[in-house]
Design a protein around this ligand. Structure first.
Ligand SMILES: Cc1cc2nc3c(=O)[nH]c(=O)nc-3n(C[C@H](O)[C@H](O)[C@H](O)COP(=O)(O)OP(=O)(O)OC[C@H]3O[C@@H](n4cnc5c(N)ncnc54)[C@H](O)[C@@H]3O)c2cc1C
Ligand code: FES
Length: 255
C-alpha cells in the first residue's frame, strides 16, 4: 500500500487554460513517481480545510505532478493564484485509482474538471499500448480544455464537435474496435449516470470517480460518504470517497 505523506513542495509552472482554470506543475518527486490515474492530492490553503484535486499528469522524469484548478470559490481562487516559486503543503497521492490493466480497451468519458484525472488515465493507457478512445463533453467551445484531435468532442451548444451530450459522442464510436472494453467516467453526476447507463445498455462495465465534498481526505472525518449497494438490511453501506474511492463501480453506487 502506498504510504500517504504530507509534503512541502514548490510550484514550478503555471498557465491558464481558460480565464478561470489554472494548470499548475508541482515539484514533488515522492508523490509524482507513485501517483496513479484516479488518485488525487489535498492541498492546504488559508481556508480551514485542504482542497482536493485529481492528478492530471506527471512529468516523464517522475518529478513533477500536474493539477488543474477551476475557480469555484475562495479556496480555488487562492490556489489558482499560486505562482512558480511558491511553496505549498500537499497530502499525496490519495485514494484508489482506476484499474487500467484488467480490460483490453478503454473508453474514457470526461466533462468539467473531470478532464484532469482522465487526461492522466489517457496518457498512461497510451504509453502502455492499450486501445483507448476519449469522449469529452463541454458546455461550449470556450470551455474546451486538454483536447486532442483524436478525441471525440461534444458540446451542449454545438459550437465545437458534435452537438449534444457525451452520449452523442459515445454513440459515434464503433464498438467493434474496442474489444473487452471498460468505460471510465469523471464529470458532473448527470454525465456519470448517463455514461454508466449507456455502458450497461452496451454490456460494458463502467467505473466512475466521485467528487464528494471532502474534509480530511484520508478517511478519518467521514464527511465524504458514498452509498454503495450491499446485501444487508439497508441495502447499502457507507463508504468513504477519499479512502475507499474516489473510483467506484457505477453499478454498485446508490445514485
Ligand atoms: C476527488 C476530487 C477530485 C477533484 N478534482 C478536481 C480537479 O481536478 N480540478 C478542480 O478544479 N476541482 C476538482 N475537485 C473539486 C474541488 O476540490 C472543489 O471545487 C474545491 O474544493 C472547492 O473549493 P473552494 O474553496 O474554491 O470552493 P467552496 O467555497 O468550498 O465551494 C464553492 C462551490 O463549489 C462547490 N463545491 C465544493 N467542493 C465541491 C466538490 N467536491 N464537488 C462539487 N462541487 C463542489 C460548493 O458546493 C460551492 O457551490 C475535486 C474534488 C474531489 C473530491
Ligand atoms: S474526507 Fe474525511 S473521511 Fe473522506
Amino acid at each position: 500500500m502506498t504510504e500517504k505523506k504530507e509534503f512541502k513542495c514548490r510550484i514550478v509552472s503555471k498557465e491558464f487554460l481558460t480565464p478561470d482554470t489554472a494548470y499548475i506543475g508541482i515539484e514533488c518527486p515522492e508523490a509524482a513517481s507513485s501517483a496513479v490515474p484516479g488518485q488525487f492530492v489535498n492541498i492546504s490553503c488559508s481556508r480551514f480545510l485542504k482542497r482536493p484535486f485529481g492528478v492530471a499528469s506527471v512529468s516523464d522524469d517522475g518529478r513533477i505532478l500536474y493539477i488543474g484548478i477551476k475557480v469555484v470559490g475562495k479556496g480555488t481562487e487562492e490556489l489558482s493564484g499560486l505562482m512558480p516559486g511558491d511553496e505549498i503543503s500537499m497530502l499525496a497521492p490519495l485514494g484508489k485509482g482506476f484499474d487500467l490493466t484488467g480490460f483490453d480497451s478503454y473508453i474514457l468519458v470526461s466533462g468539467g474538471t473531470g478532464v484532469f484525472p482522465v487526461n492522466f488515465a489517457y496518457e498512461t493507457l497510451k504509453s502502455s499500448g492499450k486501445k483507448v478512445a476519449v469522449v469529452q463533453g463541454f458546455r461550449n467551445a470556450s470551455q474546451v480544455i486538454l483536447n486532442d484531435p483524436s478525441f471525440v468532442l461534444t458540446t451542449d451548444e454545438g459550437d465545437a464537435g458534435i452537438k449534444g451530450t457525451c452520449i452523442a459522442g459515445l454513440d459515434s464510436l464503433d464498438l467493434n474496435s474496442f474489444p473487452n472494453a471498460a468505460v471510465l467516467c469523471v464529470g458532473p453526476i448527470p454525465m456519470m449516470k448517463a455514461a454508466g447507463a449507456w455502458a450497461e445498455e452496451h454490456g460494458l462495465k463502467c467505473f466512475v470517480s466521485m467528487e464528494q465534498r471532502m474534509g480530511c481526505g484520508i478517511g478519518i472525518c467521514l464527511c465524504c460518504i458514498v452509498k454503495v449497494k450491499a446485501d444487508n438490511e439497508d441495502g447499502y453501506v457507507n463508504l468513504r470517497c477519499c479512502k475507499d474511492g474516489p473510483v467506484f463501480d457505477y453499478a454498485e453506487v446508490v445514485w
